[in-house]
Each structure stands twice: as C-alpha cells, then as structure tokens.
Ligand binder design. Structure first.
Ligand SMILES: Nc1ncnc2c1ncn2[C@@H]1O[C@H](COP(=O)(O)OP(=O)(O)OP(=O)(O)O)[C@@H](O)[C@H]1O
Ligand SMILES: [Mg+2]
Length: 592
C-alpha cells in the first residue's frame, strides 16, 4: 500500500459519483424497490408524528366511538405499513449491496489476473487480500450511506419538518434556525477520519502478512525461534488497529453528545414556550404541541445520521480509492490487436539481442542472443544468479524484454495471442507449486479434461505413480497447501507429471529434478528424455549429470551467454563449462 500524493487523488465527491455510476445501474431494480420502501418509511414516520394530534384529541376530548375507531385504525395501518416497508427496505438494500460486493470482487480478481508479473512482484499478497476483501465492502457502504441518507433520512426529515411547520409554524422557524448550526461541529472531525482509516488498513495488511508468514514459514519460525519476534509484530499491528478503530468511533461518536445537548435544549424550550403560551391563552392546542414535539424528537435521528454522513463516507473513501487503484490499472496482458495464434510450426525459440531489467536499474540480461533449435534439448547452465531463470521467464512471457525480442518460429512473442502461447508451453519451475487439491487434480491442471488413463500415464512417466499409489488415498490424496503433505521430491515429480500431461511442443524445465536422489533422478531423466523426443526442450540444471543428454549447452553468467556448443566440444576446450564439470566429477576428467 503506497502513500500516493494527495493532489493526485480525485475528490471525494467525484469518487462517489463514480462508485454510484459503476454499480448502481446493474442493481437499479432492487434499489428501486428499496427506495420505494424508504419513501414509505419516510411517509409513515411523518404520519406517526402527525397522528399524535388526533390521538391526543381523542384521548383528551372523548369525542365518541367512531372517531376513536378511525384514529385507532389509522394508527394500526401506519405502524404496520412502516414495519413492512422497513423490512422490505432492509432486505432489498442488503441484497443489492451483497451483489455489488460480489460483482466488485469478481471484477477486481479478473483485473488481478490481467496484471503483469512485475506488479505481482511489487505487491504483497496480504495487500491484495485486504484490497479484494475490504475495499468492495467500502464501495457498498458508500452506496448504502448515500441511498439511505438521501432517500430515507432526507425524506423523513422533510416530512417531519412539514408536520412541525403544519402544527406550529413559529416554533418550527426557531428550530430550523438553530438546528443546522449544530451540524457545523461535525465538520471538524472529517479531515481526521480519512487519515486514520488509511493507517488502519496498513495495519490490517500487516496482520495478514504476519499470519501468512507464520503459516508459510513455520519451519523457519520454529527452527530459528522467531515466535517472540512475530508476536511482537502482531502485537504492534493489532494494537494499532485497535487504537485507530477507537479513534474512528470516538470521532463518529463525538457528534452524538453535541446533538443530545441540542435535543435537550430544544425540548426544554418547547415546554417553556408552550407552557407560557398556553398560560397566555395562545392558539396552539395540546394535541398540536404533542404532534410537534413528537416530530421534533423523531427528526433527531435522521438529522443525526445526515450530519454524520460525511464522516461515514470519509471512512469508506480510503477503501474505495484502493479499489479503484486496482480497477483502473490497464489490462497489461491484453493481446495486441494484430496478435495471431501460433501456427503449428517447428517450435524454434530464439532470443535476439535481449536486454532485460527487473528494477529499471541493473541489467539482468545484457544483450543475449540465443537459438533453441526446434525439437532439440538445450541446457542452460552457469553460476547462481546468472540469469537462467530470467531467460525462462521471458520465454513464458512473464516479462517482456526492454530491448530486443523473444521469438517463436520467427514470430515476436508480443505478436502472439497469449492463450496460444500458453497452449504451446509446459513448465516446471524452480520452486514447485501445487494447488491445495488432490494429487489427481493437480496433475489434471496440466490438461483440464484429461482422462484417468492419461493422468496415470503422466504420473508413470514422471516416476510418480508408485509413490502416489502408496499414499493413503492414492490419487485422491489431498496434497495440502502448496503440497505440504508431500516430500520435496514428490512435489517435484507431480509438477513434472503436470507438465508431461500437457503434451506441449515446448518444454521448460527449471531445475526440475534438483530435489531428487540420484536413483530417482536417473529414472526421471530417462522419462524426460523420452518426453522430450521431438519437442523443443530447454532445461536448467546445476547438476551436470542432468545435462549430459542435452544436444546443446549454453553457459550463462552475469546476464550474458559466455559459451555455447555441444557437450563434447565444450569439454574438449578449456571452457568455463569444463571447469565446472571437472569440479563436480574430478575423477571423470576426460582425457584431453
Ligand atoms: N522478480 C525479480 N525481481 C528483481 N530481481 C530479480 C527477480 N528475479 C530475479 N532477480 C535477479 O535477477 C538476477 C538473475 O536471476 P535468475 O533467477 O535469472 O538467476 P538464475 O541464473 O536462475 O540463478 P539460480 O541458478 O540461482 O536459479 C539475480 O541477480 C536476481 O537477484
Ligand atoms: Mg534460477
């Protein structure tokens, strides 16, 4: 969550108009029902005050049976109508609001899926969680507050004022002058609310982050005894949220005593004025005064809510702004207008003078030109941090090069439809990732709709079938969050099976066998060799035994291709590769 400069943000007013514009129309019928019900609530509330005069007259004058029956019937009708309308209003408003929330959450998630990898690199997942969950609620709160305020509260207030004027014009005039003065006090608190909300969301993000890191990093936490440190972090974040929530409540509540004092003075004034005026033989009847006082007291609630409306809206503003921050991002994964599907070509991949940087400062790839021949296996080797995985990320088009181009059969990746590109690549990453689902479904992710036989065949090819059948529920065993129930090597073999079942013309393997023991690795290597037949395969390995079967070796160091050639050629020279090879197998040093 970044603190953007204040002047860059659109005004509160513009933002809320936009929230309404973008969400209200879809739900207009439900809101129409809610609004109709609110009109009824406002009318019946005013009628409640108005009928006080009739009630009082019946009670004090005893005019006979019929007037009493009429008034009693009217009272019953008004209260039943008010109750029903209140119910309809609440249900309709909540339904519309819930729909708005789910629509926004869907929209935000779709937006997330359209963001480039660098944005995900820069945005913490806890931040995303808070955004998607909280800010949709803020948008809903805005609509609720505006609709309830401008329709129910405003109409109720108007109706009650009408009753007051009708019953006692002079007293009404007095209150219409005093009342609004009280609202000025509310303005003082507005500025603070937004700032506090902003800080509260930051702390909320920290809470989620601490929980995520505790769960995800449990082993490290335990091994290094980091519990007190995490507890401290959590403590600070929780305390912060608590403190800020209290501040918000205090700010929101500070308007209440102001209004209470005012209401008290108002009633005291009326009693005095009416007492005096009755004594002086004034015109107002007791029934009229009764209706007036009732209207005045009932006006208090909607007036209070209206006066606080800005405070509630300020509180929602931060969340809404965070929502628009996400929704306004361009769909950076959108295909170029002239993008094409990949033709079923040979499957040659090439980098042409590719320069790439993650942060805009340091070039991680500095002019890499490489051809991965179609149907051949190329191994990327070299020291850690040299840029091997980065090359693979560019092939997957997680990032685009700053200069130069990545090409697929001569076609720039940026001109290929993403879906088509994705369909042509299978990938096993350096860090395995499994979904919290069963073994079977994790393999099936490689090719949705794959048959049971295909899944088993892929598992066999990845040397995973035997361990899977040994699991308590076989292929139906859940793997846990990111495969936590499995060993590192088992996870790797599942990832491999997922890639094999995809049966794509290009296979990218980033340290796909690094977690396996020599025996399994040898078996998997055979499987890979079989799987790579006729495919363009690019594999990254630190273990040189893994690259022995490659047709071509590329040695990458410091973001450049340092050496390139068939295995035996490189071994025959005094190459960096040969030096690395000698280091690993000193005994196998080939005769020069
Ligand atoms: N997402 C990222 N954001 C910023 N810098 C990154 C990112 N990923 C990698 N780097 C940097 O880019 C450089 C190359 O990283 P890369 O992962 O390509 O190396 P590698 O050759 O695959 O290393 P290894 O053999 O250790 O996996 C490193 O210096 C690394 O710090
Ligand atoms: Mg790597």
């Amino acid at each position: 969550m970044t603190d953007e400069p204040e002047q860059a943000t659109p005004s509160l007013y513009q933002t809320f108009i936009r929230v309404l514009k973008e969400n209200f129309p879809q739900q207009k019928w439900v809101y129409a029902i809610a609004i109709t019900a609110m009109v009824v609530v406002a009318a019946t509330t005013s009628a409640t005050a108005w009928i006080m005069k009739a009630i009082f007259d019946v009670l004090s004058n005893a005019p006979g049976a019929w007037p009493a029956i009429v008034v009693a019937g009217a009272v019953l009708f008004i209260f039943v109508a008010k109750g029903v309308a209140g119910y309809v209003q609440q249900v309709a408003l909540s339904r519309a609001g819930n729909r708005v929330v789910s629509d926004i959450q869907r929209k935000m998630y779709r937006k997330l899926l359209q963001q480039e990898a660098s944005w995900f690199d820069a945005t913490e997942s806890s931040d995303l969680l808070v955004r998607v969950t909280q800010s949709a609620q803020s948008a809903r709160m805005v609509i609720d507050t505006i609709v309830t305020g401008f329709v129910r509260d405003a109409l109720t207030l108007l109706g009650l004022i009408a009753v007051m004027v009708w019953q006692h014009a002079l007293l009404s005039a007095v209150f219409l002058v005093i009342g609004p003065l009280a609202l000025f006090g509310v303005r003082a608190v507005l500025g603070k609310v937004r700032r506090i909300m902003q800080a509260e969301l930051v702390s909320l993000t920290e809470i989620m982050k601490v929980i995520q890191e505790t769960s995800g990093g449990l082993r490290v936490v335990r091994a290094f005894g980091l519990e007190p440190m995490l507890e401290g972090r959590m403590d600070r974040a929780v305390k912060d949220v608590e403190k800020r929530s209290n501040s918000i409540v205090r700010l929101e509540a500070v308007t209440a005593p102001m209004m209470d004092t005012l209401a008290g003075s108002a009633i005291a004034t009326i009693v005095l004025v009416s007492g005096l005026s009755i004594g002086m033989g004034a015109t107002a009847t007791a029934g009229e005064l009764m209706a007036f006082v009732t209207a005045l007291l009932m006006a208090y609630e909607p007036a209070k809510r209206l006066s606080r409306m800005r405070v509630s809206l300020e509180a929602a503003f931060v969340g809404v702004k965070m929502m628009f921050d996400v929704l306004d991002r361009p769909d950076s994964l959108a295909d170029a207008p002239d993008a094409v599907d990949l033709p079923d070509g040979k499957g040659q991949v090439a980098l042409r003078d590719v320069r790439f940087t993650y942060d805009g400062n340091r070039d991680v790839l500095q002019g890499v030109s490489l051809v991965f021949p179609a149907g051949k296996t190329t191994a990327l080797v070299g020291p850690s941090g040299g840029g091997k995985s980065t090359i693979m990320s560019l092939l997957l088009r997680l990032y685009d090069p700053v200069d130069g181009a990545v090409e697929f059969d001569g076609l720039d990746l940026r001109r290929i439809r993403r879906a088509s590109l994705q369909a042509h690549m299978a990938y096993v990453g350096q860090n395995t990732f499994l979904f919290s689902n069963t073994v079977r479904e994790n393999i099936r992710m490689g090719r949705p709709g794959a048959s049971e036989d295909d899944i088993i065949a892929a598992a066999r090819a990845a040397q995973a079938h035997d361990f899977i059948t040994g699991l308590p529920q076989g292929y139906d065993t859940p793997v846990g969050e990111n495969g936590i129930f499995l060993s590192g090597g088992q996870r790797q073999r599942l990832s491999l099976a997922r890639a094999i079942i995809k049966d794509a013309p290009i296979l990218l393997l980033d340290e796909a066998t690094s977690a396996l023991d020599n025996q399994s690795e040898m078996l998997v290597r055979d499987a890979i060799t079989a799987a790579t037949k006729g495919r363009t395969t690019i594999l990254i390995a630190h273990r040189l035994s893994t690259v022995l079967t490659a047709d071509e070796i590329v040695f990458v160091e410091g973001g450049r291709v340092v050496e390139q050639g068939p295995l035996n050629d490189l071994l025959a020279q005094d190459s960096r590769f040969a030096a690395m090879f000698r280091h690993e197998f000193p005994a196998e040093e080939p005769a020069a």
